[in-house]
Design a protein around this ligand. Structure first.
Ligand code: PAF
Length: 330
C-alpha cells in the first residue's frame, strides 16, 4: 500500500538520530507540535512559519530571518513530501541533511528558529501515499488554472502535491504568517490562490530569491551539480539578466526577449558539447507570463511580467525567474 513505506520509516529513524542544538524544539509527532503551538496562543505569542523539504541553504535562512522580524516565534517543517514527486523523479535521492539543517538554524542565533516539526510520512498521509496519482486515495488539494502551465507541463501533479501538503501543514502549524521564496514563483501563485479560495487565515509573504555571488539562484538541488555543471548552470541567471536588461532598455516584445534568452542557453549548450562532456544542457522552457493569472504573454508586455525558465544541466532540472514591474506583496 505504501509506495514509500520503508523510506518513511527510514526518515523517522533518521530524524531521531540527530543531535538537537540547544534552543530549538524538534518535534516528530504532530500532537506534540500542536501542544507547543497551543501554549504560544495562550501566551499571546505570534508564530511565523517556513515550510521546507530540508537541505536548507541561505534562501531558507533568509525566510526564517524575515519571519523572525515579524513574529515572536518561527517554526519550520522539514518534510520531503512524496506527493509532489512523480515516480520518475528524485524522491529517493533528494538531499536529507537534518543535522546540518538544525545546525544552520542554531547558527542564526538564539531564539530565531524556535521549533522544527519533522513528521513521518505515515502521519502526514494517514491514508497512505502512492507516487502514481491514479492509485492515490484520500484527500488532495488542487488549484485549477495556475497549476498546468510552466512547471505543470513537465510536472503535471507537482502543484497538487504542494498544495495538499501546505494545506495539511497550515492546519497543523496554524501560523499568523507564512513565508515562501520567489525562486519558486509559480508555487507562490498557487499557494496564494489556495489561501484566498479556501479562506485560510494566514498572511503570506513572498521573499526575494537569494543568489550565489555569481548569480546562481540558491536551490537544494544545486548539490547535485558537478563543479563543471555548476559553472554551466549560470546560463539560467545569465539568460534572465539578458531579458531584464533588454526590458529595461525598452524591449517589450515577449518573443524577442525569449529568443535572446534561448541564445544564451544555446551558447552554453555548444560550450558543453565542445568540452565533450557525457551530459548536456537542455532547455525545458523559457516563458514570459502575466503576473496576474500566469497566462502566456505572446506579444507586447503592457502590465509587468514574470520571466521564467527551466533548464536541465545533466540530470538536474533547475528553475529560475525574475519579475518586472510587478509587486509580489500579498
Ligand atoms: O518549496 C518547497 O520546498 C516545497 O514545495 C514545500 C513548499 C515545502 C512543500 O513541500
Amino acid at each position: 500500500m505504501f509506495a514509500n513505506y520503508q523510506e518513511a520509516l527510514n526518515d523517522y529513524a533518521y530524524a531521531l538520530s540527530v543531535k538537537i542544538p540547544p534552543g530549538i524544539r524538534v518535534f516528530n509527532k504532530i500532537a506534540d507540535f500542536r501542544s507547543w503551538r497551543r501554549q504560544l496562543l495562550l501566551d499571546r505569542q505570534t508564530l511565523g512559519y517556513v515550510p521546507t523539504m530540508g537541505a536548507l541553504h541561505q534562501g531558507h535562512l533568509a525566510l526564517v530571518t524575515a519571519a523572525k522580524q515579524q513574529c515572536d516565534h518561527v517554526a519550520l517543517t522539514i518534510f520531503v513530501n512524496p506527493a509532489q514527486f512523480a515516480p520518475n523523479e528524485d524522491l529517493a535521492s533528494y538531499p536529507r541533511t537534518l543535522q546540518s539543517d538544525l545546525d544552520q538554524l542554531a547558527a542564526l542565533g538564539p531564539h530565531v528558529a524556535s521549533a522544527v516539526l519533522v513528521p513521518q510520512v505515515q502521519e502526514m498521509y494517514p491514508t497512505g501515499i502512492e507516487l502514481d496519482v491514479s492509485k492515490q486515495k484520500g484527500a488532495f488539494v488542487e488549484v485549477k488554472g495556475l497549476s498546468h502551465q510552466l512547471e505543470g507541463i513537465t510536472r503535471p501533479h507537482f502543484f497538487r502535491g504542494v498544495a495538499t501538503v501546505v494545506t495539511k501543514f497550515l492546519n497543523i502549524v496554524q501560523p499568523e504568517h507564512v513565508y515562501f521564496g520567489q525562486k519558486d514563483i509559480q508555487q507562490c501563485f498557487v499557494i496564494r490562490r489556495m489561501l484566498q479560495d479556501l479562506h485560510v487565515p494566514v498572511q503570506m509573504h513572498i521573499c526575494p530569491t537569494i543568489r550565489e555571488e555569481d548569480g546562481l539562484a540558491m536551490s537544494s538541488r544545486n548539490t547535485y551539480l558537478s563543479p563543471t555543471q555548476r559553472t554551466h548552470a549560470l546560463c539560467l541567471s545569465k539568460a534572465l539578466q539578458t531579458m531584464e536588461k533588454m526590458y529595461r532598455d525598452g524591449v517589450r516584445h515577449a518573443p524577442t526577449l525569449i529568443s535572446a534568452a534561448k541564445d544564451v542557453i544555446e551558447t552554453t549548450q555548444r560550450q558543453v558539447e565542445t568540452l565533450g562532456q557525457d551530459w548536456q544542457v537542455k532547455l525545458d522552457y523559457v516563458n514570459v507570463n502575466s503576473p496576474h493569472d500566469l497566462s502566456e504573454i505572446r506579444d507586447e508586455i503592457t502590465d509587468g511580467a514574470i520571466m521564467s525558465l527551466a533548464v536541465f544541466v545533466g540530470k538536474t532540472r533547475l528553475i529560475d525567474n525574475i519579475v518586472v514591474d510587478v509587486s509580489l506583496d500579498s
